[in-house]
Ligand binder design. Structure first.
Ligand SMILES: [Zn+2]
Length: 111
């Protein structure tokens, strides 16, 4: 399940979470038309967010990977809620840590 938000940095407001790109476009368009007369606010932000409400585009690569894995695991339990389940966070940590350990082991074996 993908989640999106629109943020106007001029008004310092953030839209509710929407699940479709068309709904995100509608949120931003309605805000621009009603509040700013159709103008596009400087530094506005819009895009896909994780279950913690952070924009994926603003996360460092490893944190974005962790968040995508934890999001996918949490979505197995419940698609509509926000936040990570503790077992999803642990699973993402173990998966990334295990992959790094395996890569180190293989590198040490063949070097
Ligand atoms: Zn605004």
């Amino acid at each position: 399940m993908r989640r999106f938000r629109y943020r106007c940095t001029i008004c310092r407001t953030t839209s509710p979470v929407v699940h479709e790109l068309a709904d995100l476009a509608a949120e931003s368009e309605v805000h621009r038309q009603t509040i700013h007369g159709g103008h596009i606010p400087d530094d506005e932000m819009a895009g896909q967010i994780d279950r913690l409400g952070r924009w994926y585009a603003t996360l460092p690569p490893l944190a974005a990977l962790y968040s995508r894995i934890a999001d996918a695991l949490s979505d197995l339990r419940d698609l509509k809620t926000m936040g990570h389940y503790w077992w999803a966070s642990a699973g993402a940590t173990l998966l990334i840590g295990g992959t790094a350990a395996l890569a180190l082991l293989l590198a040490a074996t063949f070097l």
